[in-house]
Design a protein around this ligand. Structure first.
Ligand SMILES: C[S@@+](CC[C@H](N)C(=O)[O-])C[C@H]1O[C@@H](n2cnc3c(N)ncnc32)[C@H](O)[C@@H]1O
Length: 217
């Protein structure tokens, strides 16, 4: 059974029994998400109206942090998030992100209670579109400003990091758009380069040397 674990910054993550891996870094779920996806992701965009794609909705932590940032900065966002295996209500109810961040738990629950496959306008600035689908089969004409590539690691879920999927990510981005991921493996950076990305290696979150930003020029 999947179960909650505590990471080193006090925030929860989930251990996936099937994959045999945590959803986040053991060094800190919240600190990793803020570092990789907010500080080196959202905060690098200058637009006031954006389309964002997340690979793996999971705990909803990235969506929660993003919503908070977007509303604070008054940036309009359509937040698309793909998820093949949604977590159950029992687990999502227990996640301590709202408490750890000093934010509203009702707002966090709203992310999980939102309907799948439709746009849920959760605030003036934040529209959440959760898509219950395998990334392998997902198709869209939308050109995204940013992709949060938050799949399980290449060691545990190699198919998520195939040339085919990374090529798809490249196609999904608009020119000038970019992808961010916690992964900094050489083989993945070379594969990203091969499909057309320009790679920027950035300092990683606590406990990790590097992370990757991949730009579509
Ligand atoms: C490392 S976890 C991160 C999830 C999330 N971003 C979070 O912060 O909790 C990876 C997520 O990808 C999802 N996933 C795995 N395979 C997938 C697939 N083929 N298509 C879409 N999502 C997938 C998993 O169920 C899991 O929620």
């Amino acid at each position: 059974m999947d179960h909650l674990i505590f990471t080193n910054d006090g925030s929860h993550s989930i251990f996936s029994k099937e994959i045999n891996e945590n959803y986040h870094s053991k060094h800190g779920a919240i600190s990793e998400s803020i570092h990789v996806f907010i500080k080196n992701g959202l905060e690098k965009i200058n637009e006031k109206n954006i389309d964002l794609l997340e690979i793996g909705f999971g705990t909803g932590l990235n969506a929660f942090l993003s919503q908070n940032y977007l509303e604070k900065e008054k940036i309009f966002c359509n937040y698309y998030s793909l998820e093949k295996f949604p977590i159950n209500k029992d687990l999502s109810n227990k996640l301590n992100y709202a408490k750890e961040l000093g934010l509203n738990k009702k707002k966090f629950n709203e992310l999980h209670d939102s309907n799948w496959n439709i746009a849920n306008k959760l605030s003036k600035y934040f529209s959440l579109i959760k898509i219950k689908e395998d990334v392998l089969y997902y198709q869209t004409n939308i050109k995204f400003d940013i992709i949060y590539f938050d799949a399980f690691s290449p060691e545990k879920q190699a198919e998520m990091w195939s040339e085919e999927i990374l090529n798809k990510m490249f196609d999904f981005l608009k020119c000038g758009g970019f992808l961010v991921t916690y992964c900094a493996k050489g083989i993945i950076k070379r594969r990203l380069q091969k499909v057309g990305f320009k790679i920027i290696s950035l300092p990683g979150p606590t406990g990790k040397r590097e992370m990757t930003m991949a730009m579509k020029k």
